[in-house]
Design a protein around this ligand. Structure first.
Ligand SMILES: Nc1c(C(=O)O)ncn1[C@@H]1O[C@H](COP(=O)(O)O)[C@@H](O)[C@H]1O
Length: 164
């Protein structure tokens, strides 16, 4: 089946974070592709990727980047597909730079910004599945099942001192 979600990232060094997006999509049985694309280092590739995404069948793009994280915003400027931005934790500023450069888009070009780091990457996969689930009842059910299991896990083990 063709990929519905494109996971892109500014560098291969972002993969330890972005793997959590892939893991969530695997769990929810959503097809995706993974690629390093950088607004700074491979600008032509970025434009081609964003412009061709819709015609290749992608429905949502998830872009992770750290530091001066222009990737999500630049992708969003070149496609009408929904773009979710994941601020990757930077060494110098712990990802605050990544967060601010992704979240502070000018009005008129939207990027849905997730939390910094692993949790943001995980939630980007979940949110992409929820978006796709609005047109796919089976997927919506898998999302609901995932959430129910999460709830059950918490309720079954309410005492944090007793892991068994
Ligand atoms: N923020 C961007 C962009 C971009 O926005 O186009 N391209 C690379 N980067 C980021 O640079 C950081 C360091 O990259 P290296 O580890 O390759 O030096 C990564 O977190 C990457 O996302």
């Amino acid at each position: 089946m063709a990929a519905a979600v494109g996971i892109i990232m500014g560098s291969k060094s972002d993969w330890p974070t972005m793997q959590y997006t892939a893991e969530m999509l695997d769990k929810l049985q959503v097809e995706y592709e993974v690629k390093v694309v950088s607004a700074h280092r491979t600008p032509d590739l970025l434009f081609d990727y964003a412009k061709e995404a819709q015609s290749r069948g992608l429905k949502v793009i998830i872009a992770g980047a750290g530091g001066a994280a222009h990737l999500p915003g630049m992708v969003a400027s070149q496609t009408a597909l929904p773009v979710l931005g994941v601020p990757v934790k930077s060494r110098a500023l712990n990802g605050l730079d990544s967060l601010l450069s992704i979240v502070q888009m000018p009005g008129g070009v939207a990027v849905g910004t997730l939390a910094i780091g692993d949790a943001g990457a995980k939630n980007a996969g979940l949110l992409a599945a929820q978006i796709l689930g609005t047109h796919d009842q089976d997927l919506q059910q898998r999302v609901e099942q995932f959430r129910q299991e999460q709830t059950d896990d918490v309720l079954e083990q309410p005492d944090p001192r007793n892991p068994d």
